[in-house]
Structure formats: C-alpha cells, structure tokens
Design a protein around this ligand. Structure first.
Ligand SMILES: Cc1ncc(C[n+]2csc(CCOP(=O)(O)OP(=O)(O)O)c2C)c(N)n1
Length: 284
C-alpha cells in the first residue's frame, strides 16, 4: 500500500472545523493509497463550491472549472485518455442543480468516470440556501418559510437512467467510504456515490447526530447488488433508517467502447497520415 502522506499538500484549507468534506477527503486519499495509484496517475475534476475545492487539497493532477460543468470536462478527459482514473467531486447543488442536465448526459452515455457527490443538502459556499436535495420545508435565511420543492432523489434517478454502479456513503464512515470509492474506481463505466455529508455551518437538521442515529451498513448477504427492483425499493424508503453501501451494480458498455473510432485506443496514440486525410477531403 502506498504511503497516504504522498497525497497530502500544504494548500491552505478554510473548510469549517468539523466539515464533512474532511471525511470525504481522507476517504479519497485512503482509496488511492490502497489501490497504489500514484498521485500523478489520477485526475481530479471539479466545478464550484466547497465540495469542489476538494482537489485543491490533494497532491494530484486536477482541473477546477465552472459551476455544474465538471462532467463535460471529465468526458473530454476520458475520451483523450482511456487509462487514467478520473474522480469528479461535486456538491449536491453543483451536481443536481446547476449541473443537472450534464449529469443526465453522463448517465446516459455511461462516461467511464467516478462521480463523488458531497451531498450536504445545502449550498454551502454561498452561505446556506436550500439545494435540490433539501427537504420540502427546509428553512434557511433565503427561504425563511421553507424550501418549496420536494427533494431530488439521486439514487432512484440514477437507477431509472440505467447507471451501472450506484452507492451511498457517509462522511462519518471514512473506511467504509474508502472501500466504496475503490470499488467505484475499479468499475468500468459511470460510477456514482452519493455521500451523506454534514455541513456544520448551514444545515442544522442533517447533522452527525442525525445520520449516526439513522445510517446502517447494507448487509450484502441480504441485499443483492444486481437486484434493480430491490435497489429501487431500498432507495425509496423514508429516512428513519438510511442504508449505506453498494446499492446497485451491473455490467454496462462504457462510453469509450461505444465509439467505433476509439476501438484501438485514444486518437493521440495513433500516427497522423496526411495522405489519408487528403483522400477523405478529395472524396467530399
Ligand atoms: C453559474 C453559477 N451559478 C451560481 C453560482 C454561485 N454559486 C457558487 S457556489 C454555489 C453553491 C454550491 O453549493 P454546492 O454545489 O451544494 O456545494 P457546497 O458549497 O455545499 O459544497 C453557487 C450557487 C456560480 N458560481 N455560478
């Protein structure tokens, strides 16, 4: 196993003390270390938000782009390089709100990347407005009478779109989350982990106490990950008890394998033959 300290860097971190993002950050480092993925052999991609700052605190390659737009960048990176593990870090606002349509496209295309959603049910960076996963009636400074929409349900959404690897993690169960991330990285296709993440400053409802009382580890001998209907039932249950673990997995065809011209690997591996290009142009 690689030494975890290889992934540390000294970039100044201003997350609040106790922020759930620390648990996610540690789980990512541990997963990379367990898989012996050297820092220069992984690409982290994110958009805007506190969650999206996660790549700053890892000594790895990263691209920090626009709010909601991490998945299109990840798509381009994956088309150019078929081997590099790609981890996309998004907040629930970034992913399900601003980036919602890109999420749908990534699910349907089955882009071969791992998406980690730091789901704190609030817009943290902009100081606490209700996000798409906030409960109906969740009261904030911007929504003093409570959020008016029903919450988006990420796992049923992913199931309905045929995603082949769907899991739920919790920032308070770092070792468990690390194991989920390792499985997600190893999965050939779009893998997504919705991570229950505590925001200690702007979400006074979904606290560590709230999750510690409700979260339980899925018993893999009872819940079969290839049972789509079972996964749907499980993920539509209320919040009295919240299962974490691998909820659904099936074999799928990753995006790079769907494109005929990429059959023999990415284009940059091939030699350029101007005569062949000219022949195509002459034919037009
Ligand atoms: C296109 C666009 N819309 C809105 C914003 C303002 N904005 C920046 S971060 C953010 C919310 C981020 O919330 P979330 O993705 O849940 O991440 P968190 O900060 O909670 O980790 C918003 C609305 C922006 N930068 N760009």
């Amino acid at each position: 196993m690689t030494d975890v300290s290889l992934y540390h860097n000294d970039f100044e971190n201003k997350w609040c003390p106790g922020c759930g993002n620390f648990g996610v950050l540690n789980a990512v480092k541990s997963a990379l270390a367990h898989m012996d993925i050297p820092p220069e052999k992984v690409l982290l991609i994110s958009g805007i938000g506190q969650a999206a700052k996660t790549p700053h605190f890892l000594n790895c390659n990263f691209f920090h782009g626009l709010h909601g737009r991490a998945l299109p960048v990840a798509t381009g990176a994956r088309l150019a390089n078929h081997d590099l593990p790609i981890l996309v870090h998004m907040g629930d606002g970034d992913c399900y709100g601003e980036g919602g349509n890109h999420l749908l496209a990534a699910m349907r295309r089955n882009i071969d990347v791992t998406l980690l959603i730091h789901d704190n049910r609030v817009y943290g960076l902009t100081k606490g407005q209700a996000s798409p996963t906030a409960e109906y009636g969740f009261s904030t400074k911007a929504q003093p009478f409570g959020a008016l929409s029903d919450p988006l349900k990420p796992i049923p959404l992913a199931l309905s779109q045929g995603v082949g690897f769907i899991a739920r993690g919790y920032c308070g169960e770092t070792d468990h989350l690390s194991r989920l991330i390792q499985k997600a990285i190893a999965y050939p296709g779009f893998s997504m982990i919705d991570i229950l993440q505590v925001c200690v400053s702007y979400n006074p409802v979904n606290t560590y106490e709230y999750y510690n009382e409700r979260v339980y580890l899925l018993d893999e001998t009872k819940h079969r990950a290839d049972d789509w209907h079972g996964a749907m039932d499980l993920s539509l249950q209320g919040e009295d008890r919240i299962p974490i673990g691998l909820i659904y997995q099936k074999q799928t065809i990753p995006f790079t394998k769907r494109i005929k011209t990429l059959e023999h690997g990415p284009l940059f591996h091939r030699s350029f033959d101007p005569a062949a290009v000219q022949a195509v142009l002459d034919d037009l």
